[in-house]
Design a protein around this ligand. Structure first.
Ligand SMILES: NC(=O)c1ccc[n+]([C@@H]2O[C@H](COP(=O)([O-])OP(=O)(O)OC[C@H]3O[C@@H](n4cnc5c(N)ncnc54)[C@H](O)[C@@H]3O)[C@@H](O)[C@H]2O)c1
Length: 322
């Protein structure tokens, strides 16, 4: 039984994953090698818990107990010794993750699962120097990890498929909705689909077919409204293969099949534009406020999840009812 969870790397993702584990009743130890740790993690977890409280996703009466289950440790070896489950969420860098997994493999009993939150690297590569690679899996939580139920569990070439099923059960106990990805390929599952959407969204702007505002609007107020209750493959079945085949034969030759990132990204970066970070991207971020947008996004996620949880879809999507 999992009771003690060690989170290694306590930035945006690690902090939120730890809060999910603690809210589900686990004791959580955070470890990070950053200079402002552990004060930084305390501020982050307090902020995340305040947000969960503001959405009524945790009862106020549980707050002190959840906080009491969150600890920090500055010694990796000591932190590992009590862990039943280790989740890594350090920078997206293969060498750094390989080095860490090799260390964790040496410190932790071979029975302890070690998961990576990598967005794009192969768990097979991350675990390549481990003595016990069967205990390594990718468990890709989606941002914002304290709100989004989806976790993609990726089985590496040497991972144990049975362990993937066990981790799925554990994460369901945390209120998550895991999917199992059976092959260890770049982009896992949902990121492959997201990148296909982004490729065509950028292509539409590049070719002058529509403005960035209208591309986003078409998705936000059109197809995205269907997705929580109407997946793309349910759509295909509903429409029928004959019609889908005919539409694909007409449309696919016209849309982007680019194998590399759009040259627009390099052009924009040369001009000093990188999106929110620089103040300019597809939108002018000196007038548009990212914090307001993040708040609206989170409000909508919580609103939609509450609706779904109250409906019959909750069982179909394996969502926990509150
Ligand atoms: N941010 C996202 O949208 C997102 C979504 C899903 C997955 N991910 C993945 O999650 C992982 C973490 O991303 P993030 O956005 O939380 O990063 P982040 O930069 O916010 O946090 C990374 C943390 O790891 C720490 N760190 C770096 N090397 C370390 C080491 N060797 N030992 C201990 N701590 C170390 C850093 O000090 C930092 O606090 C990455 O693999 C990323 O690809 C990110």
């Amino acid at each position: 039984m999992i009771q003690n969870v060690l989170i290694v790397g306590c930035g945006t993702m690690g902090s939120a994953i730890g809060v999910c584990a603690a809210a589900a009743g686990n004791k959580v130890v955070y470890y990070d090698n950053g200079s402002d740790f552990p004060q930084n993690i305390k501020n982050r977890t307090n902020g995340l818990l305040d947000e969960l409280l503001s959405y009524d996703l945790i009862p106020a009466s549980d707050l002190d107990a959840i906080k009491a289950r969150l600890e920090s440790c500055a010694d990796l070896c000591a932190a590992v010794s009590h862990a039943d489950l280790i989740i890594e969420a350090i920078y997206e860098n293969l060498e750094a993750k390989q080095k860490l997994f090799t260390e964790l493999d040496a410190f932790a009993d071979p029975s302890i699962p070690i998961l990576s939150n990598t967005s794009g690297l192969r768990i097979t590569d991350i675990s390549s120097q481990m003595r016990y690679p069967e205990r390594a899996l990718a468990a890709h939580f989606w941002l914002p990890a304290h709100l989004i139920p989806l976790v993609e569990i990726v089985i590496g070439d040497r991972s144990s498929p049975e362990l993937a099923e066990r981790i799925k059960e554990i994460l369901m106990g945390w209120g998550k909705t895991p999917v199992i990805v059976k092959k260890d390929l770049p982009g896992q599952l949902a990121n492959r689909i997201l990148q296909a959407v982004i490729r065509e969204a950028v292509n539409i702007v590049e070719t002058g077919l529509a403005s960035p505002e209208d591309v986003d609007k078409a998705i936000q107020i059109g197809m995205a409204l269907r997705f929580p209750v109407w997946g793309p493959l349910e759509h295909v079945d509903a429409v029928g293969f004959d019609i889908c085949k005919s539409v694909q034969d007409t449309v696919l030759p016209e849309i982007s099949d680019r194998k590399q990132a759009s040259p627009l990204f390099a052009e924009m970066m040369t001009a000093g534009h990188s999106g929110v970070k620089s103040g300019e991207g597809f939108y002018d971020w000196t007038t548009k406020d990212i914090n307001t947008l993040v708040k609206r996004r989170n409000d909508f996620i919580v609103f939609a999840l509450k609706q779904i949880k109250q409906s019959h879809l909750s069982a179909d999507l394996e969502l926990n009812k509150e």
